[in-house]
Design a protein around this ligand. Sequence first.
Ligand code: PMP
Length: 355
Amino acid sequence: MEPRDLSANSPYVPGRGIEEVARELGLDPDDLVKLSSNENPHGPSPDAVAAVESAASDLDVYPTTSHADLTEKLASTWDVTPEQVWVSPGADGAIDYLHRAMLDPGDEILVPEPGFAYYSMSARYVHGESSTYDLSKAENFEQTAENLLDAYDGERVVYLTSPHNPTGSEFPREELVSLLDSMADHTLVVVDEAYGEYAEQPSAIDLLDDHDNLAVLRTFSKAYGLAGLRIGYGVVPESWADAYARVNTPFAANELACRAALAALDDDDHVEKSVESARWAREYLYENLDAPTWESAGNFVLAEVGDASAVADACQREGVIVRDCSSFGLPECIRISCGTEAQTKRAVETLNRVL
Ligand code: PMP
């Protein structure tokens, strides 16, 4: 027995965890600093942890498929209807749900290059295809409607990421409005705001009031520090009514994750402190790293270091894990997540030694 031909599906290769790297290098995991996955180094809100602990007595019960409490809370946070909120296992899950809702076999999506790999992978799962628009390094990865429209060829779904991964650039809001007004009626524009809490600009969610061709993705994996629980959501056009019930994987967003997310939403202080800390780390990286960097609106900084693979390997041997951006098509760049003060200082000191 063989699976069908899967050669067109790129395999998912996750960043390696601390335990795995520690074992390989014979190092103590406690001595390693992982700044390769844009996680929150301060972890989740203590209230989210308490919510998970108290939910542990209900593990035998299925979650509701509508995730009503979290959905309603998010709807009131963003001033949209509960039907517009699609709770999902991470933003990744929301990408899958959008593709199930939008793509027939052979339909195309348009994605940024360099950019987040999962958009194209997920499209393949439903037999969709993808093409790319380029963000140019020579123009500091600036994001504009014109640049995207130059590559646009009537695709069914168009992605933009703001702040962008791995560059940290934002898609200016006035450019987004002009993009939404320029697209063919059958095209959905998806704004991925996985790093939205760190951004200088407000969320695009309010643009849904006037634009029926927009969906926005958000996650609890980054500023809320809940990556391990896998919880995120999409906010979709009001006219989509009962589409969620037709595309979601039943019970995929688990009850512990939903309760943690609910508690996390009430702890504004924790998010503010996490964002402040990331701002400090960004500045520290710009000012102290002996390599050119790009200004970032995310919780990470892209730096040009020559041979990224060699630099990331050397750094890892010294106990600091950063992201080699070769897989993003940037073999001369690394991406460094914003750590705590101690982690960020150690990363800079280590990188400056190996550079
Ligand atoms: N979008 C972007 C741009 C990301 O960088 C990530 C995670 N690295 C995601 C979406 C997915 O996040 P999650 O599934 O953890 O919510």
